[in-house]
Design a protein around this ligand. Structure first.
Ligand code: AMP
Length: 187
């Protein structure tokens, strides 16, 4: 049984690795960023609530994301495990996740963090912006997202480190090498 969160800065490769891992272990890949980008594209009520935050590279309010994740984790397909990508992004989200999972009797089995130096993050994000056209991969928004990460999300690693749950993985190698390193930790 794998109930995993994948931590790491924007550009650390979470999304790429999350897809591969979820595929290998046949578990749902739950990306809060993907859910919210889709909501914006679909022009749903949620989309209208979150669009300005995504465009500015800022975090959507905790309550909104926490409710979204609580609902998602309660659905049937998560009974066999799951992979969270992009959540939790604040200590309040991490605490809420612990409470939700304890209610569901389904504690996390793995907390992995992809470790990548900041200069490499910027290079990767600029390149991704050129290739994918993701609207928040412009240089100005990239800098804002990294600042938000350092201020609000880096403490999440300390939160898991304090409870001896954090396992760091070198995120500087090739996609295949990193995938291998993750699987070694999971097996
Ligand atoms: P991502 O695709 O994970 O980089 O997320 C893209 C954007 O979605 C972020 O810059 C935030 O605006 C928003 N977002 C995604 N996950 C969260 C979260 N857990 N808490 C708050 N905002 C989030």
């Amino acid at each position: 049984m794998i109930r995993l969160i994948l931590l790491g800065a924007p550009g650390a490769g979470k999304g790429t690795q999350a897809e591969r891992v979820a595929d290998t272990y046949s578990i749902p890949h739950i990306s809060t960023g993907d859910i919210m980008r889709k909501a914006v594209a679909d022009q749903s009520k949620l989309g209208a609530q979150v669009k300005e935050y995504l465009d500015a590279g800022q975090l959507v309010p905790d309550e909104l994301v926490i409710n979204l994740i609580r609902e998602r984790l309660s659905s049937d397909d998560c009974a066999e495990g799951f992979l969270l990508d992009g959540f939790p992004r604040t200590v309040a989200q991490a605490e809420a996740l612990d409470r939700t999972l304890s209610e569901l009797n389904a504690p996390l089995t793995h907390v992995l963090e992809l470790d990548v130096p900041e200069q490499m993050l910027i290079e990767r994000l600029v390149k991704r912006g050129e290739e994918s056209g993701r609207s928040d991969d412009t240089e100005e928004v990239i800098r804002e997202r990294l600042a938000v990460y350092n201020e609000q999300t880096a403490p999440v690693s300390d939160f898991y480190s304090k409870s001896s749950r954090l396992v760091k993985i070198d995120g500087t190698g090739s996609i295949d090498q990193i995938e291998q390193a993750i699987k070694e930790k999971l097996n």
